[in-house]
Design a protein around this ligand. Sequence first.
Ligand code: C5P
Length: 218
Amino acid sequence: FTSRALDGVQLCITAGPTREAIDPVRYISNHSSGKMGYALATAAADAGARVTLISGPTQLACPERVTRIDVISAQEMYDAALAQMGDCQIFIGCAAVADYRPVSTASQKIKKHEEAMHIELVRNPDIVSAVASHSQRPFTVGFAAETQDVLNYAKGKLERKGLDLIVANDVSNSDIGFNSDENEVLVVTPEQVIPIPQMGKNQLARQLLKVIADAFKA
Ligand code: C5P
């Protein structure tokens, strides 16, 4: 990977989980650590890209030479991502966006009364799909975390979301993926499938960016 392969390229990455508020003290979220997205942001900045990292809540420090926009909810992440269109040549959707949010957020802490309670949920907007169908569409990359039939589900998502490239990983294996320091992926484009073997997320991020940079320039 030549050191300045992305010199001056404007690159935008979403990372981490989102939080969907139930009331002022409670939320729905997931176990995403943000490590993969932050590793990609670091590797992209090292390769000379101008990187904007749109991050949900994580424990991670902002990488050097990266501009971070902090968001909490999926809707905030969506708004921040779409606001980058026009200033973004490569978009990488690495965030674990919550699929649903509560229909409404209670303004006061909900009290316990009944033995059972129900929270009605509504679908969140799909950020990477909205980016891929934008008039100023960047080269758009998504991720697919799957527990079975990884390649077929990834190909389906690539097509349905209108992506240029999708990075698929098998999250049924706890040695890799969510919250782990290592990962192993299949890179899928409309033309080819490129396997990247298990390695640390930082090294994997550099390999992935090489593949993404090559496909972007092709
Ligand atoms: O459909 P699924 O959640 O498996 O797709 C994962 C890909 O879509 C990831 O790239 C993720 O960042 C993106 N995504 C998104 N907005 C959502 C849900 C997923 O950008 N609301």
